[in-house]
Design a protein around this ligand. Structure first.
Ligand code: 5GP
Length: 120
């Protein structure tokens, strides 16, 4: 499904602590937590705390460039913190054909097993 810019998602409930999550990293701009349905031994979801219209990557505007860089840099910090020294994968699912299910921009950080390419 596609979503409106203002519609709350499950990630708002994680941000407000209404729903518990296993947080692995946090700063003033981003939150990283373990995916509830992991697709790898390590599967972390990294989100901006302020969605600011970023329901999905394809909605990005000029003002989002800093947070987009911050999210990707955060992935490198979390990968180091969790010992993904032999490599990892970052995924952003965008829209219906990208299999996006939660319309609050997020990076998937996957590691701890050998990945395959192409992903399918
Ligand atoms: P998407 O399919 O939109 O790219 O990714 C959404 C991700 O959020 C999925 O991998 C899904 O397992 C995860 N997710 C959905 N609901 C929850 C939840 O309540 N807690 C956590 N930790 N992850 C969730």
């Amino acid at each position: 499904k596609q979503a409106d810019a203002g519609v709350p998602t499950i990630f708002d409930k994680i941000l407000s602590k209404e729903i518990p999550a296993t947080v692995v990293y946090e700063d003033d701009k981003v939150l990283a937590f373990r995916d509830i349905n992991p697709q790898a031994p390590t599967h972390i979801v990294i989100i901006p705390k302020n969605r600011d219209g970023l329901t999905q990557l394809s909605k990005a505007e000029e003002r989002h460039k800093d947070i987009l860089g911050h999210l990707m840099y955060t992935a490198t910090l979390v990968a180091k913190q969790l010992g993904l020294d032999d490599g990892f994968r970052l995924v952003i699912n965008d829209g219906v054909k990208g299999c996006q299910s939660v319309y609050h921009l997020h990076l998937h950080l996957l590691g701890g097993r050998q990945m395959k390419w192409p992903p399918g």
